[in-house]
Design a protein around this ligand. Structure first.
Ligand code: NAD
Length: 296
């Protein structure tokens, strides 16, 4: 039996998380539908194979970091579920509770355990191993993978019920999106009045308006106009849609969140799903006729 850990989905988040696992001493067998990360992963010491099935034929524990709920479901209930070695899967993607519960049920019928472990903290947090990891699912399987999860961030066990980690992640991302949307409007207003955006963000971070957008996203990717934070508009809009659908199902009313979702719907339509989510600022910029750029 192989002592390799499986990892499927080597994108913006998958590559740095897989590298953290290797750095922590794990041997990885990996696959992605695109070969673009192959050289990087092989250089880091991973064994690249030709399919998700091959990963699940080799490893007892299989991590996935895939883009959308339909893709996560297709891979887990298809290739992975038919693997001969797999005993548990750990879904690091943002999948939403409904899909996650359905996947857990399908896998359970084949004797495979399913854990949610969505993450927050972006590509930078994944590189540093400082992500917030929100796990849920059977405790005995969580305890087996907890030492591995600790290499990628701070681990929280939300509960044994499938989907709870996913709901926690949607709640977190709603706040992240709200901070980005509200800070974009506020900083555009400051710039329109003649205030330098770097000064505006410094003041906000020293004052009561402090939030993750002003602290991190504005100085890193918006004020320098690089828009390369590494999280696409398509994925942000997906998370907001999942969150609103879940809130509706739970009977939780959300006024502010609806406005935030509408703003991302506009970004999605005007700038496209592949735009970086920090480009949300370009919508209020266009409306106000200014750009958030430092004067020096
Ligand atoms: P990404 O698009 O950069 O990476 C996804 C990878 O999955 C790609 O390399 C793609 O080729 C691969 N893939 C797609 N279909 C596949 C298939 N059928 N089989 C094998 N591989 C397949 O996405 P990402 O930004 O790394 O995000 C991954 C997940 O993590 C998403 O659910 C996202 O919402 C979540 N997330 C992202 C961030 C972020 O900052 N980027 C932060 C937290 C959570």
């Amino acid at each position: 039996m192989s002592d390799e850990i499986g990892f499927i989905g080597l994108g913006n988040m998958g590559v740095p998380m897989a590298k953290r696992l290797i750095g922590g001493g794990a041997k990885l067998v990996v696959y992605d539908a695109s070969e673009s990360a192959r050289a990087t992963m092989e250089e880091a010491g991973a064994r690249w194979v030709g399919s998700s099935k091959e990963v699940a034929d080799t490893a007892e524990t299989v991590f996935v970091s895939l883009p959308t709920p339909p893709i996560v479901e297709a891979v887990l209930t298809g290739d992975v579920m038919s693997g001969s070695a797999v005993k548990r899967v750990v879904d690091l993607s943002t999948t939403g509770a409904t899909t996650s519960i359905r996947i857990a049920k399908a896998l359970a019928e084949k004797g495979i355990a399913h854990l949610d472990a969505p993450v927050s903290g972006g590509k930078g947090g994944a590189e540093k191993g400082t992500l917030a990891v929100m796990a849920s699912g059977p405790r005995e399987h969580f305890e087996i993978v907890e030492p591995l999860l600790k290499h990628i961030g701070k681990v929280f066990y939300i509960g044994d019920q499938s989907g709870l980690g996913q709901t926690m992640k949607l709640v977190n991302n709603l706040l992240s999106a709200t901070a980005m949307a509200a800070t974009s409007e506020a900083v555009v207003m400051a710039v329109k009045a003649g205030i330098d955006p770097t000064i505006a963000c410094d003041v906000i971070c020293a004052g009561s308006g402090r939030n993750t957008a002003a602290q991190d996203k504005f100085p890193k990717a918006i004020i320098p106009r690089t828009f390369d934070y590494g999280f696409t508009t398509g994925l942000m809009y997906k998370d907001l849609k999942l969150c609103m659908a879940e809130a509706e199902e739970l009977g939780a009313q959300m006024l502010v969140a609806n406005g935030v979702k509408q703003l991302w719907q506009i970004v999605h339509t005007e700038l496209g799903p592949e735009s970086d989510f920090t480009q949300v600022v370009q919508i209020p910029e266009k409306w106000a006729g200014v750009e958030v750029r430092s004067k020096d």
